[in-house]
Design a protein around this ligand. Structure first.
Ligand SMILES: Cc1cc2nc3c(=O)[nH]c(=O)nc-3n(C[C@H](O)[C@H](O)[C@H](O)COP(=O)(O)OP(=O)(O)OC[C@H]3O[C@@H](n4cnc5c(N)ncnc54)[C@H](O)[C@@H]3O)c2cc1C
Length: 612
């Protein structure tokens, strides 16, 4: 058996994983980063618009007095009051220092004329508790995530962090109620490796690939979340999955909210700026759940472009300047400005659509984007396994796969990158402390036996259905039934459809490649199994929450129910077997109350109707 013994194992090399690895390593721990992708290919590198921090850098004629408390307020309001307020406070306060730290590490942010970090507007970012829009999104053109990833990777190399690139984690090891490591496959050789550690942090990203139209990379299959879920760790708030309003029509590729932050507007087939109706105050810069629903409603009312299911996003300087003038703002933009601030999205539209956004509007529709739910943690990135905040010793999580919860029912733009660096850093620091006094708990007997058997089963499958066929069916099922709007009927149909797909996966899967090296055929089948598990717990959790809140909009329960449902969902899988055809059973616990500590001191943080 190939066994590696280290203090700390970090699963994933995106922003969260790298930040955790850096801090665990700086704190003296021996660290192994295990990543299925080469680190700089992680999805963090695709993040475009920015990272939010209340720096309050003066821009033009806007005095811009931003403060962390405004950032916390916007985060809580954006979350439709499901965020834990203690966590939102930590996020907003530590964001400032974290962004400055990135700057000092060498991240090439755009600059203001005075040489400070340049900030742009973003959805739901306001000053003085919703009074008016604020400039909070720090950015490096529309390549902010790319720059974060490169910067952190360099720092990790400098700190001597050990990387196991293209090692795919397939199982988590728990012994005596303690997390003791993971099993991974070295993709190059097909060999199984066991990583034995005192602490394991999951930073394995989201699962947008459950849906048909998504902004997420092919690799976003939620492997880490699925692995721990099967081993008895609950998934928190899975019903909340964000649809970003502006994906490229049909392709789902993201067009950053930074476009609207720079003044871009959404229009329907009549040329109407429809967000004026839905969010009279901040219009196109309302929170994402609000804008996605508005697009959906416009399309439903026959106002989509050519009567179809998309609208236009317009960043043409003449349009934007007209609205700036109408609003009495002095800012004006031109072609050169758009080229400089949004180079990548111009490139995507020109390449994939043959549309030049400087002269034509972009066709957009909502695209599955971000998992608000995931592995429950406290603010120290320790994984908690019940409503009493009981910690699973040795297990940590950070980034998109985790649920702290700072995003509640809907995440604000730029808050994921903040989440990665703030809670990744906290995770790394806490692990460094923990491993100083913790001892190694033994590996369970035959640590890799079950997972090896499952892989042998998949490799030998000789049925008739290819994994990609099942994946397409799952993605369509989720888009149609667990999308922007849901009802009991659609969600029930999703659960039943997913169970049929699971059965076909077990009984009729066909795998062509029976080899060991870089067997992407088997790995894709395995990733599909993870997606099926996460899709099902999403639908089951959604069915169970009888209200509309944030990204979870039920046509049959259109109101928010604060009296009964200011609580997190904890979904446990009580399957007859880890893998296999038998439908898993779920236990849904709704006892974990939302933290309202800010509201206790300041009534402005108390749940109320959201007006944008
Ligand atoms: C197109 C796009 C644009 C975005 N723009 C913004 C933005 O402007 N601002 C913002 O705040 N947020 C943005 N987001 C969201 C944000 O980028 C992500 O939520 C965030 O980067 C996730 O980071 P992470 O570190 O949690 O995981 P990721 O960056 O997704 O990395 C996951 C890591 O886990 C590894 N991994 C996964 N499975 C396994 C496995 N089985 N074994 C081993 N390793 C594994 C991968 O190799 C990878 O290294 C955007 C997202 C997308 C898709």
């Amino acid at each position: 058996m190939n066994t590696h013994k280290v203090d700390a194992i970090i699963v994933g090399a995106g922003g969260a994983g790298l930040m955790a690895a850096l801090y665990a390593s700086k704190g003296g721990a021996t660290v192994a980063v295990v990543s299925k992708l080469y680190p700089t290919r992680s999805h963090t590198g695709a993040a475009q618009g920015g990272i939010g921090a209340a720096l309050g850098n003066k821009i033009g004629d806007d005095p811009n007095p931003d403060k962390p408390i405004y950032h916390a307020y916007d985060t809580v309001k954006g979350s439709d009051y499901l965020a834990d307020q203690n966590a939102a406070k930590v996020l907003a306060e530590e964001a400032v220092d974290a962004v400055l730290e990135l700057e000092h590490m060498g991240l090439p942010f755009d600059r203001t004329l005075e040489g400070k970090i340049s900030q742009r507007r973003f959805g739901g970012h306001t000053q003085n508790f919703g009074e008016k829009l604020v400039y909070r999104a720090c950015h490096a053109a529309d390549r902010t995530g790319h720059m974060i990833l490169q910067t952190l990777y360099q720092q990790c190399i400098k700190a001597g962090v050990r990387f196991y690139d293209e090692y795919h984690v397939v199982d988590v090891l728990i012994n005596n109620g303690t997390c003791v490591g993971v099993v991974a496959i070295d993709l190059n050789s097909g060999e199984f490796h066991t990583f034995h550690g005192k602490a394991t942090l999951f930073a394995s990203g989201g699962w947008g690939r459950c849906w048909q139209v998504t902004s997420n990379a092919h690799s976003m299959t939620g492997d880490g979340a699925a692995a721990v879920f099967r081993r008895g760790i609950p998934m928190q708030d899975m019903e909340f999955f964000q649809f970003h309003p502006t994906g490229i029509f049909k392709l789902g590729i993201l067009i950053t909210e930074g476009v609207r932050g720079e003044g871009g507007i959404l229009v329907n087939r009549h040329g109407e700026r429809f967000m004026e109706k839905y969010a009279p105050h901040v219009k196109d810069l309302a929170s994402r759940d609000v804008v996605s629903r508005a697009i959906y409603n416009e399309v439903k009312a026959g106002n989509g472009i050519q009567g179809r299911d998309y609208v236009y996003l317009d960043i043409r300087p003449e349009t934007v300047n007209r609205y700036f003038a109408e609003a009495g703002e002095s800012k004006r933009i031109d072609r050169e400005y758009v080229e400089k601030k949004l180079p990548d999205i111009l490139d995507f539209c020109r390449t994939y659509l043959g549309v030049d956004p400087v002269v034509e509007p972009m066709p957009v529709q909502p695209t599955a984007h971000y998992a608000m739910g995931g592995i429950p943690t406290n603010v120290n990135a320790e994984v908690v396994i019940d409503a009493n905040w009981t910690v699973m010793p040795g297990m940590y999580a950070a980034g998109e796969t985790a649920c702290v919860s700072v995003h509640g029912a809907n995440r604000l733009g730029t808050n994921s990158l903040v989440d990665l660096v703030v809670f990744g850093r906290r995770g790394g620091k806490n692990i460094a402390e923990f491993v100083k006094s913790a001892h190694f708990t033994d590996l369970p007997a035959d640590a890799d036996k079950e997972i090896k058997a499952e892989f042998e089963r998949i490799r030998a499958c000789k049925g008739k259905t290819r994994a990609y066929t099942l994946r397409d069916r799952m993605q369509k099922l989720m888009n149609d039934n667990v999308g922007v709007y849901r009802t009991a009927e659609t969600m029930q149909a999703a659960v039943e459809g997913l169970r049929e797909l699971r059965e076909t996966f077990i009984k009729d899967l066909h795998v062509d490649d029976r080899g060991k090296r870089f067997n992407t055929d088997v790995m894709e089948a395995w990733e599909l199994e993870n997606l099926l598990d996460l899709a099902e717990v999403t639908a089951v959790s959604a069915l169970n929450r009888r209200e509309s809140r944030g990204a979870h909009s039920r046509e049959d329960f259109p109101k928010r129910d604060d009296a009964n449902l200011l609580v997190h969902t904890l979904a446990y899988r009580e399957a007859p077997s880890l893998y296999g055809v038998a439908a898993p059973e779920y236990k849904l616990n709704m006892d974990k109350k939302v933290d309202l500590s800010l509201a206790a001191d300041d009534p402005r943080f108390a749940p109320k109707e959201r007006v944008y």
